[in-house]
Design a binder for this molecule. Structure first.
Ligand code: DAH
Length: 344
């Protein structure tokens, strides 16, 4: 038998077959066919025992070399297949960096905080400091030092949540006035606004909430006057309801101010002509204010012979409701996202 020729033919057949092999699995089968125990090459090896001894080494060598070449062909093809497979996979997994990303919803600042931020901006621009106080307050600072002694009839206006006999959930942000004046020791001017939560024992309905938010303002200086107060209130009204707004002050009563006023702004819907929103008066009430009562100044260490002050207190929900035509205060606290998302 011409072993060299037989091997050459076998090798050519292998190469021919390799050309049509497209998968690693098929290649595995082909390898078994050409190099496995039952492969022709293995069968040829068995002839060795029939050969004369001197021919055996060359024969064995020839077969082994062929085996190595076959292996090399197969491995080469395996590498080619693997590269093709990888390229295909990479092609499928390419990322289109120009594709638009899927959108997801961002949270928004709550409307009440937006209003507070806006008013803080306005007042910081006018040189005020922002002050905060605790929500659990002493009866003394919440009432007594604001000229509301125990058994004062005005306490009826503010049915309260008492924590102990002497402490309560603050019914307004006005005690921060007291805290700040005490902190300043009756010596230097005060110019602050104080945003925060307040609590009253009201039954919740469309216009009442047992918890709501206020912003308190206080200016104490040697030359503070009612006209300063009026200019400041006008600035708030215009910031909230538009630059064309006018305000009017009506006499009112608060124990901690004298004189006290209720502040109305011209209706932004009808521009003061009268409509359903302003109940045909042309005006909408927005807040309470006044000149700080001598007793309040004195109790917090300021000499009313030297210092005068003005103060105001405004409900944040009320401002938001008027500004956006919201008809139920409970919307602010029920966390209905459909409501919240309207105020981005
Ligand atoms: N504390 C008052 C309230 O809760 C609001 C208020 C009115 C505050 C007049 C003031 C003021 O500082 O001067 O109803």
């Amino acid at each position: 038998m011409d072993i060299e020729k037989a091997l050459k033919e076998l090798e050519a057949a292998l190469k021919e077959e390799l050309n049509s092999i497209k998968t690693i699995e098929a290649l595995q089968d082909l390898k078994a066919k050409y190099l496995g125990k039952k492969a022709e090459l293995s069968l040829m090896m068995r002839h060795m025992k029939d050969l004369p001894d001197q021919d055996k080494p060359t024969f064995g060598q020839t077969i082994n070399q062929a085996k190595q070449r076959f292996s090399k062909h197969i491995e080469h093809h395996r590498k080619t297949l693997e590269t093709l497979k990888l390229n295909k996979k990479l092609e499928k997994e390419t990322i289109d960096v120009t594709m638009t990303a899927p959108s997801y919803r961002l949270g928004t600042t709550h409307l009440l905080n937006q209003i507070i931020d806006d008013i803080e901006d306005l007042f910081i621009g006018m040189g005020y400091l922002i002050k905060e106080g605790p929500e659990i307050e002493s009866d003394e600072r919440n009432f007594e030092m604001l000229n509301l002694p125990k058994n004062h009839p005005a306490r009826d206006m503010q049915d309260s949540f008492y924590v102990t006999e002497e402490t309560l959930l603050r019914t307004h942000t006005s005690p921060v006035q007291v805290r700040t004046m005490l902190e300043y020791g009756g010596q230097k001017p005060v110019k602050i606004i104080c945003p925060g939560k307040v609590y009253r024992r009201d039954d919740d309905d469309a216009t009442h909430s047992h918890q709501f938010m206020q912003i308190e303002g206080l200016v104490v200086d040697e030359t503070t006057s009612m006209s300063d107060l009026k200019g400041t209130l006008l600035a708030i009204a215009r910031r909230m309801f538009g630059e064309d707004r006018q305000i009017r002050l009506r006499p009112s009563y608060f124990p901690f101010t004298e004189p006290s006023v209720e502040v109305d702004v011209t209706c932004s819907k009808c521009d003061g002509k009268g409509c359903a929103m302003c109940k045909h008066t042309g005006y909408i009430e927005i807040l309470g204010a006044g000149m700080v009562h001598d007793n309040v100044l004195r109790m917090s260490g300021y000499d009313p012979e030297v210092y005068q002050g003005f103060a105001f207190g405004v409900g944040v929900e009320r401002l938001a409701m008027l500004k956006y035509g919201i008809d139920d205060i409970r919307h602010f606290y029920t966390n209905d996202l459909r409501f919240n998302r309207q105020f981005k």
